[in-house]
Design a binder for this molecule. Structure first.
Ligand SMILES: *[C@@H]1O[C@H](CO)[C@@H](O)[C@H](O)[C@H]1NC(C)=O
Length: 135
């Protein structure tokens, strides 16, 4: 079975970048898989998201919200768990200023938890650190 790991991108390509350890990678894949079961996300939409093309699809938004909840980034009501996200980002960026920038820019509350998750993940991906952030 082919599993497309959509939400890996939500962590800014960190898996590819070798920043995450095996346990963290396994967790991400597990969360993603569990959410795929709930959301029935289409493979082509998932693949596009992986490539940076975010289709305006309710299933994709649900997928992201589901993932963020499992990861502890959003709670049931869709609120960002800012302190937790901050500490995770700090581990990666090792730079409080970069972390705060990302948070101010990307953690924006929208009208629904799903939209909130969608926009945040899109934003993180766009600010993707393939360039400077992780070098
Ligand atoms: C979600 O988090 C927000 C902000 O931290 C908090 O005010 C709210 O009570 C939480 N809701 C639930 C259902 O835990």
């Amino acid at each position: 079975m082919k599993i497309i790991v959509v939400c890996v991108i939500s962590l800014m390509g960190l898996v590819q970048a070798g920043i995450l350890n095996d346990e963290q990678k396994a967790k991400i894949i597990e969360f993603d898989k569990e959410c795929r079961k709930e959301t029935n996300l289409d493979d082509d939409v998932a693949q596009k998201a992986k490539n940076g093309e975010y289709v305006d699809d309710p299933k994709l938004k649900k997928q992201f919200f589901c993932f963020n909840k499992k990861a502890g980034f959003q709670n049931e009501s869709g609120d960002f768990q800012v302190d937790f996200i901050k500490s995770k980002l700090n581990d990666i960026t090792k730079d409080e200023q970069i972390t705060n920038n990302l948070i101010n820019k990307c953690l924006v509350k929208k009208s629904t938890p799903e939209d909130t998750a969608f926009e945040a993940i899109k934003c993180f991906h766009q600010m993707s650190p393939e360039k400077d952030l992780l070098s």
